[in-house]
Design a protein around this ligand. Structure first.
Ligand code: PCA
Length: 322
C-alpha cells in the first residue's frame, strides 16, 4: 500500500513538474558523437536536474534542426530559445568575435583559458547587443592543416581549394595563396569527395569525425589557435526566466563548460593517433611553412587590433597582463 502511494505521489510530482516544463529545442552544428555535442546532451541532463525539471532541453546535433550557418539567427530571433555555434563565425558581422582565431596568440589550453577570461567581458557585451546571452564556451583542439599532398611552404598551397569555417580561416587560406571555400563541418566529407575542396584548416577532432583519411593524406599540426563553440540563449527568453531557473541553468553551464574543456584537451592527442592509425602522415609544419604562418598570424593580430579598437585592445592588454 505504502509503495503504491509513494509511486502515485512521485508520478503526480513528475506530472506537476512536466506540466510546468518549458520544452527547449537546442540546435547544435557538429556530429552527435563529437565531444561538443555529447556535452550538449550532458548539459541538458544537468539543466533538467538543476531547474527541477522546469527546462527540458532536446539536443539536435549535426545541423539537423538548423544548419550551422543559421543557428545564431534562429536563436536571435527566438525560432530556437537556445543553440550552439562556433563563436568566430560571427566575425563577418563584428570583428570582435575573432578574438580566439588569431594565429599564435594562444596555442595551449592554459593560454586559451586565459584569453577567454580576458575576452569574456567585452565579448558578452557585444553578444548582449545582438540579443544573445552566452552560457558556456568550449575550445576545439589546436588548429592545423589538412592536405592531399606534402606541403612545405605557401608555394605548395598556391591555387589549392581549401575549406574554411569562418572569416579568419578564409584570411589564412588567401594569405597562403589558396582559394577558400566556406563549408560547414556537416558537409565537409562530401566536399572532399567531390573535389569542391582539396584540404582544410581544423583540429584533429573534425578530421577524425569526418574520416578525412578517405580523401586526404597529410595533417600539419601547427596548433595555431583554439576557436570556441558556445551555447547561447535568446536574451528575451533569458530575461523572462526567474532568478532560480537562471541560476540552475548557469550552474549546469559552468560545470559543463569545465568538463567539455577538459575532454577537449584529453582527446587532442588521441585524435592525432587516430589520423595516423588510419594512414595519414601527422607531423609538425616544416620551418618554411611555419615561418610563413607566423608572419600571417602577426599581421592578423595587428589587423584585428585596428578593426576592434578599444574593446580589442582591452582584451589584448588584459591577456598579456595575465
Ligand atoms: N572543428 C570545426 C571548427 C574548428 C574545429 O576544430 C570545424 O572544422 O568546423
Amino acid at each position: 500500500m505504502k509503495k503504491v502511494l509513494l509511486a502515485a505521489a512521485s508520478a503526480s510530482m513528475l506530472f506537476a513538474s512536466a506540466a510546468h516544463a518549458e520544452k527547449w529545442d537546442m540546435p547544435m552544428a557538429y556530429s552527435a558523437t563529437n565531444f561538443h555535442s555529447e556535452h550538449g546532451v550532458m548539459f541538458a541532463d544537468k539543466v533538467r536536474e538543476y531547474t527541477n525539471g522546469k527546462i527540458d532541453i532536446t539536443i539536435h546535433p549535426g545541423g539537423s534542426l538548423f544548419g550551422g550557418g543559421d543557428i545564431k539567427r534562429a536563436v536571435q530571433t527566438g525560432q530556437a530559445p537556445i543553440g550552439e555555434r562556433i563563436m568566430s563565425a560571427h566575425a563577418n558581422e563584428d570583428a570582435i568575435y575573432n578574438w580566439d582565431n588569431l594565429p599564435f596568440l594562444a596555442t595551449t589550453y592554459a593560454d586559451s583559458e586565459k584569453l577567454w577570461q580576458a575576452a569574456k567581458g567585452p565579448v558578452n557585451k557585444h553578444l548582449n547587443d545582438i540579443n544573445l546571452v552566452a552560457l558556456y564556451t568550449c575550445p576545439w583542439p589546436g588548429q592545423g592543416f589538412y592536405f592531399k599532398k606534402e606541403v612545405n611552404s605557401a608555394k605548395d598551397v598556391a591555387g589549392v581549394k581549401l575549406r574554411s569555417y569562418n572569416a579568419a580561416t578564409a584570411t589564412v587560406i588567401e594569405s597562403l595563396g589558396g582559394t577558400p571555400v566556406q563549408i560547414e563541418a556537416a558537409e565537409l566529407t562530401q566536399a572532399l569527395a567531390t573535389g569542391v575542396a582539396d584540404g582544410f584548416i581544423s583540429s584533429g577532432s573534425t578530421g577524425y569525425d569526418r574520416k578525412v583519411w578517405e580523401h586526404l593524406s597529410h595533417y600539419y599540426k601547427v596548433s595555431a589557435w583554439q576557436p570556441r563553440n558556445y551555447v547561447m540563449v535568446n536574451k528575451g527568453v533569458w530575461d523572462g526566466l526567474d532568478a532560480e531557473t537562471q541560476a540552475g541553468l548557469q550552474k549546469a553551464a559552468d560545470e559543463i563548460g569545465a568538463l567539455c574543456t577538459a575532454k577537449s584537451e584529453e582527446l587532442s592527442l588521441w585524435y592525432y593517433e587516430q589520423l595516423e592509425a588510419n594512414g595519414m602522415t601527422v607531423v609538425d609544419a616544416g620551418p618554411e611553412f611555419f615561418a610563413e604562418l607566423e608572419a600571417i598570424g602577426a599581421k592578423m593580430q595587428a589587423d584585428w587590433l585596428s578593426a576592434t579598437g578599444e574593446d580589442g585592445k582591452a582584451i589584448m592588454d588584459a591577456y598579456k597582463g595575465m
